[in-house]
Design a protein around this ligand. Structure first.
Ligand code: GLP
Length: 334
C-alpha cells in the first residue's frame, strides 16, 4: 500500500493522538507524559502502551493501532544470528499475505540468501501449515541466452527451490524468458503481466556485494523498468560459483525487473547474510540515496523489512536502535 502525502498526514495525526490519549481502564484521559515511566507502561500492556485501544475519531472505524503500524513509514530492520530464523520471519510474512489473499502475488529472488526462506515455505507446505496452491509468483530476473531448461537458469533455480519442494504447478511461476526472440518485447510483456496480476503483493529480495538488487547494477536508474542489463565484472565473478567457478560461463547480459518496477511492490522483504554483504547493507540502510548503490533505492519504499544476520549487519551503526524499535513497536517488521 502506498500512502499519499495526505495519507501520511492523517497517519501522523492519528499517531500523535495515540501517544497523547489512551482510553481504557487505567489510562483513561491520561496523557502519555503523565505516566512516570513509559517503559514500565510498555511492559505492563501486551502490545505496549501504543496498543491500548482506539483513541479518537481520527482513527477510522475498524483500525487498530497495530494496523496503523502495519502501514509503516520506517525501514524495519531485523537482526538475528540464526539464518534459519530469518527464513522463518520471511515465511511468516508470506504466510500472512497468503492468509489475507490465497491468490497473492509473490515476487521471488534467486541467489543463496533466500534459500532458507524457500526451505521454510517447503517445510510448512509439507506439514499442511501453508497452502500456496493459488499463489502466483514472478521472478526478478533471468540470464539472457539461457533457456528455462538450462540448469543454471533462474527458472531452474526457482523450480528446484520453490516449485518442486512446495508441490506447485510450474505455471504458477512466471520467469522472464532469456531466450526470447524479441527481448525488448519480452520485458514489456513481463511488466504487463505483473500489472494484469494486480501488482506484486510481497517481493523477496537479496542484494549483491556491490549493492545490486535483482540485476540492477550500480548506476541503474531508480525509475528503471524491466529491461536488458549488462552485468558488472564483480557480479560475473560473484555468480561464477553457480557455473562451476568459471566466470567465462556466466552470461554477460540479463533481463531484470527495474528498480522502479520493484518499488511498486506493496511489500519488500530483503534478506542479506554473511560478511560479504556488510558494506552493501550499511550503504543501503544508512547511506545516501544514490544510483551507485541500488539497494539504497529501497529507502524510498514505505514498507521494507530488512532481514540481516550479525555478519551482514556488522557495519550498521544504529544496531541498538533497531533492536530497541523492534522491542517497542508492536508488529515491527510485519
Ligand atoms: C544475483 C541475483 C540477485 C541476488 C544476488 C545475490 O545477482 N540476480 O537477485 O540478490 O545474486 O546472491 P546471493 O544471495 O547468492 O549472494
Amino acid at each position: 500500500m502506498h500512502l499519499t502525502s495526505a495519507g501520511y498526514a492523517a497517519w501522523a495525526k492519528a499517531l500523535v493522538a495515540q501517544f497523547m490519549i489512551c482510553p481504557g481502564a487505567a489510562n483513561e484521559g491520561s496523557t502519555f507524559s503523565d505516566v512516570p515511566d513509559n517503559r514500565k507502561l510498555t511492559r505492563q500492556y501486551p502490545h505496549s502502551a501504543l496498543a491500548c485501544g482506539k483513541t479518537s475519531a481520527s482513527l477510522a472505524s475498524g483500525d487498530s493501532p497495530l494496523t496503523m503500524f502495519e502501514d509503516g513509514v520506517s525501514m524495519r530492520i531485523i537482526i538475528q544470528d540464526e539464518v534459519d530464523s530469518l527464513g522463518s520471519f520471511a515465511a511468516d510474512l508470506i504466510a500472512e499475505r497468503v492468509a489475507e489473499r490465497p491468490d497473492a502475488v509473490i515476487g521471488l529472488a534467486t541467489g543463496s540468501s533466500p534459500v532458507p526462506i524457500y526451505a521454510e515455505l517447503a517445510r510448512r507446505v509439507s506439514t499442511g501449515e501453508l497452502d500456496l496452491s493459488a499463489v502466483r509468483f514472478f521472478a526478478l530476473d533471468e540470464y539472457v541466452g539461457l533457456a528455462g531448461s538450462h540448469p543454471m537458469s533462474y527458472r531452474a533455480f526457482l523450480d528446484e527451490h520453490v516449485i518442486k519442494p512446495c508441490n506447485l504447478d510450474p505455471a504458477q511461476l512466471r520467469v522472464l524468458n532469456g531466450k526470447a526472440a524479441d527481448l525488448v518485447a519480452e520485458c514489456a510483456d513481463y511488466e504487463a503481466a505483473i500489472s494484469a496480476a494486480g501488482g506484486i503483493d510481497l517481493q523477496i529480495l537479496g542484494v549483491g556485494h556491490n549493492g545490486h538488487i535483482a540485476f540492477n547494477e550500480p548506476t541503474s536508474s531508480f525509475a528503471s523498468r524491466t529491461r536488458i542489463v549488462a552485468l558488472t565484472q564483480q557480479t560475473v565473478e560473484a555468480n561464477a560459483r553457480f557455473f562451476d567457478d568459471d566466470p567465462e560461463d556466466v552470461p554477460l547480459l540479463a533481463l531484470s525487473q527495474g528498480i522502479g518496477t520493484i518499488l511498486e511492490a506493496d511489500r519488500l522483504v530483503l534478506i542479506a547474510t554473511g560478511a560479504g554483504k556488510a558494506h552493501a547493507v550499511h550503504a543501503g540502510i544508512e547511506g545516501s540515496l544514490t544510483a551507485n548503490v541500488p539497494i539504497s533505492a529501497l529507502q524510498l519504499h514505505p514498507r521494507t523489512t530488512y532481514l540481516v544476520d550479525e555478519f551482514a549487519g556488522a557495519l550498521l551503526t544504529r544496531m541498538d536502535f533497531y533492536r530497541r524499535e523492534r522491542e517497542l513497536i508492536p508488529g515491527y517488521g510485519h
